[in-house]
Ligand binder design. Structure first.
Ligand SMILES: [Zn+2]
Length: 391
């Protein structure tokens, strides 16, 4: 509040002085009296300010800054300041007041319209915001900003078809890379189709997602899930194997479905080979543990223990240690077992407090994979942590 007033005070002072001067000029003509003085509004506002009533002071100062060609910029700046501070009603009043002025230039008017649309968006008045942005696009004013904000609206409304059409328009008009987002919108449509048990339509949308962005991991994971449900493990494996080329950070996500597919096909040895190759290239802790598990199932505890111990020497990790203790527990005698249980308690506690995913843009962390960050609302920015930090 006080920071805003500090900004407002000089503007109000200048304007108050200016208003007063204008009146004086009139007076001068009539009475011949000269001299400058501040308008009475200014002192009223100042009094509110000194009496620690900043809300009232702001209202008075805003009223005294007349809208004319010289103060439009101030009004626009104030309006967006209020919006950023969450005082949307005030922002809306300022922008509506601006737009009502017939003296505004075309450029100023369209800037005020764009701002008012953003106020409506912040206030959740999506319909009003949408029609303002469409008006701007029709007039060919602020097209890229308006399209970007429209995409935001359609996302909030989960109107994925409109979001796709608008994002494509934005990409062709501004050159902005919207491929990743468009692919996610197609994935959203695919998941809607799956909710109404329309597998054919879902597959169609997943194909469109991959056409839009061949690196769309989500399309591969959803496709693999569908194939597994339909009992087509070969098709599921083909979809899962795409993930390595698409984004290696997501490899931890394919381990469980891979295990399921290889075991249903009776090709456990194939799983060992594939995981070994992936692990050699990506050095990811989740892959290391999955490989240890398959070694254990194929060749027994000793082989798995040796493998994990060697890996832990290269790269210490709580998850690796926890896994090793678990294998040792399965064949330990009573005395050793008690000590191992104490250790296992410790590693479990350390792991419980660790987030599994984090946003590379805003740092949001969580235990579940979101394709759109719940905090900064960006798409494709949340990644599994196991692969990167490992512990
Ligand atoms: Zn984020």
């Amino acid at each position: 509040m006080w920071t805003l007033l500090l900004l407002l005070l000089p503007v109000a002072a200048a304007s108050g002085w200016w208003l007063a001067r204008r009146e004086d000029e009139k007076d001068e003509k009539q009475t011949g009296r000269g001299g400058f003085e501040f308008s009475s509004h200014y002192f009223k506002g100042l009094n509110y300010l000194l009496n620690e009533q900043p809300d009232k002071a702001i209202e008075v100062f805003i009223r005294m800054v007349e809208v004319d060609s010289e103060t439009v910029e101030t009004h626009l700046a104030l309006g967006s300041l209020f919006r950023r501070r969450g005082e949307v009603d005030r922002a809306i009043r300022i922008h509506q007041n601006l737009i009502a002025r017939p003296t505004l230039s075309l450029q100023q008017r369209s800037q005020a319209l764009l701002d008012l649309g953003q106020d409506y968006l912040s206030a959740g008045l999506l319909d009003r915001a949408e029609s303002l942005f469409q008006e701007l696009i029709e007039k060919n004013e602020h097209v890229a900003s308006a399209l970007r904000l429209l995409v935001d609206i359609y996302q909030q409304e989960k109107d994925w078809q409109q979001a796709i059409a608008t994002a494509k328009k934005l990409q062709s008009s501004s050159g902005e890379d919207m491929r990743g987002m468009v692919a996610h919108y197609y994935c959203e449509l695919a998941e809607q189709a799956l909710d109404s048990a329309d597998d054919k339509q879902a597959r169609h949308y997943l194909d469109l997602a991959l056409d839009a962005d061949e690196r769309c991991v989500r399309a591969s994971l959803v496709r693999a899930d569908m194939a597994r449900r339909a009992g087509d493990c070969e098709a599921a494996l083909r979809a899962l194997e795409r993930v390595e080329r698409q984004d290696g950070d997501f490899l931890p996500e394919i381990i469980e479905p891979l295990r399921d597919c290889y075991s249903r096909l009776g090709r456990e040895a194939g799983m060992v080979d594939y995981l070994r190759r992936l692990f050699n290239e990506h050095q990811n802790i989740s892959l290391m543990l999955a490989l240890a598990d398959t070694l254990r199932a194929q060749y027994g505890d000793a082989q798995a223990e040796d493998f994990i111990t060697a890996q832990l020497r290269n790269r210490p990790s709580v998850r690796g240690l926890d896994h090793l203790i678990e294998i040792k527990l399965s064949h330990a005698d009573t005395e050793v077992r008690d000590n191992l249980l104490i250790l296992k308690d410790l590693t479990s506690q350390l792991m419980r407090s660790k987030p599994l995913y984090s946003c590379t843009q805003c740092g949001f962390t969580g235990k579940a994979l979101h394709w759109q960050c719940p905090s900064c609302k960006r798409w494709n920015t949340i990644k599994p942590l196991q692969g990167v930090e490992g512990d």
